[in-house]
Design a protein around this ligand. Structure first.
Ligand code: GTP
Length: 199
């Protein structure tokens, strides 16, 4: 399994089957797939869907292992405001927002960029926000074996905005804490730091 492959950097192989299924959907909703503006749409939609679900072909633990360094630092490391774009598994509509991730090293630190990459690997699948939160949390916990790990995700769900209940301003927050973050003082320090605006 490739540790990380940004499909935008490669030619995405689109099978005729995926393309044809998008053409069928366009036809079924009453559109003319042969009209000028739509002729290439099945191919574009197939490419977009494969891009948005590329996480299935990627190994998040391997991404972390590719840049782990021995280091004595054993205070909190926080990467906050990581953009998240995912697809809800119920309607296949986007949910999007921010992830805040922290860990307390236990002999090893990890390359900072690898954390947003891990977020993307799990976000680029059909997801629910709760599982996405735990996928990131457990991957960091199992691979880095830190003294503690924390993940908070704040997201808006298009399936609740564009359709269904049609609420435009509701934000869903999910969180997970392991190890030292289960202690209230550590957790509060993390929550305070992700709420602060240093700019
Ligand atoms: N817990 C959770 N629910 C989600 C997530 N994304 C979408 N949903 C919900 O999944 C549920 C699916 O419920 P159903 O009743 O089967 O689907 P529906 O008839 O389209 O529901 P409405 O959206 O209420 O119209 C809805 O309540 C969505 O809001 C998520 O990440 N986590």
């Amino acid at each position: 399994m490739a540790p990380y492959q940004n499909l935008e950097e490669y030619n995405i192989e689109i099978t005729n089957e995926v393309k044809d299924r998008f053409a069928k959907i366009i036809d079924e909703i009453g559109e003319d797939v042969q009209r000028d503006g739509l002729q290439k749409t099945p191919e574009r939609a197939a490419k977009a869907m494969l891009f948005l679900t590329q996480g299935y072909g990627q190994d998040a633990a391997e991404i972390l292992r590719s840049a782990m360094f021995e280091e004595d630092y054993d205070d909190m490391v926080i990467i906050k405001d990581i953009e998240v774009y995912s697809l809800c598994e119920h309607h296949m509509l986007p949910f999007f927002g921010k992830a805040h991730v922290a860990y307390i090293p236990n002999g090893h630190i990890v390359g900072l960029s690898k954390i947003p990459r891990v977020v993307d690997v799990f976000a680029r699948r059909l997801q629910v926000q709760e599982r996405l939160t735990h996928d990131i949390l457990e991957c960091l916990n199992d691979t880095l074996k830190p003294k503690g790990v924390a993940v908070v995700i704040e997201a808006a769900h298009m399936c609740m905005m564009m359709r269904g209940v049609q609420k435009q301003n509701s934000v869903t927050t999910t969180s997970g804490f392991r190890g030292q973050f289960e202690k209230i003082e550590t957790r509060n320090e993390f929550l305070k730091l992700i709420s602060s605006d240093l700019s």
